[in-house]
Write a protein that binds this ligand. Structure first.
Ligand SMILES: [Zn+2]
Ligand SMILES: [Zn+2]
Length: 110
């Protein structure tokens, strides 16, 4: 898992970065939604499934990648709030795989 990179589109908009958000596929709607979702659902779903101390979800992971399914970019069902560390772990998983992974973590945490 080490060295695996998180997909760019799942990273939160970085206000400190100079490059325009539009260039990277973000626009105002996405930013507003991602900020709102993070306000509503702040915990990393992977950490929650582990039953650990929860981490703040710094990222919004897209299950269907942005390049493959741009129309799902703003679809809540396609977004998974995760902390940075867990994001790397789930990157590349499909929905079924992710569900199975979370289920496994919940079982282990019992
Ligand atoms: Zn986490
Ligand atoms: Zn991701």
């Amino acid at each position: 898992m080490q060295g695996r990179k998180v997909c760019d589109e799942c990273k939160p908009p970085a206000p400190t970065h100079r490059r325009t958000t539009k260039e990277r596929g973000y626009d105002h709607r996405w930013r507003t939604l991602s900020e709102r979702l993070r306000d509503e659902l702040e915990e990393c779903v992977v950490c929650v499934a582990r039953g650990k101390l929860t981490s703040v979800a710094e990222h919004m992971h897209h299950i269907e990648r942005f390049e493959d399914a741009e129309h799902l970019r703003l679809d809540r069902a396609n977004l998974v709030p995760v902390c940075q560390r867990c994001h790397v772990e789930i990157e590349g998983m499909g929905r079924m795989e992710l569900d199975g992974f979370l289920e496994q973590l919940r079982k282990e945490a019992e």
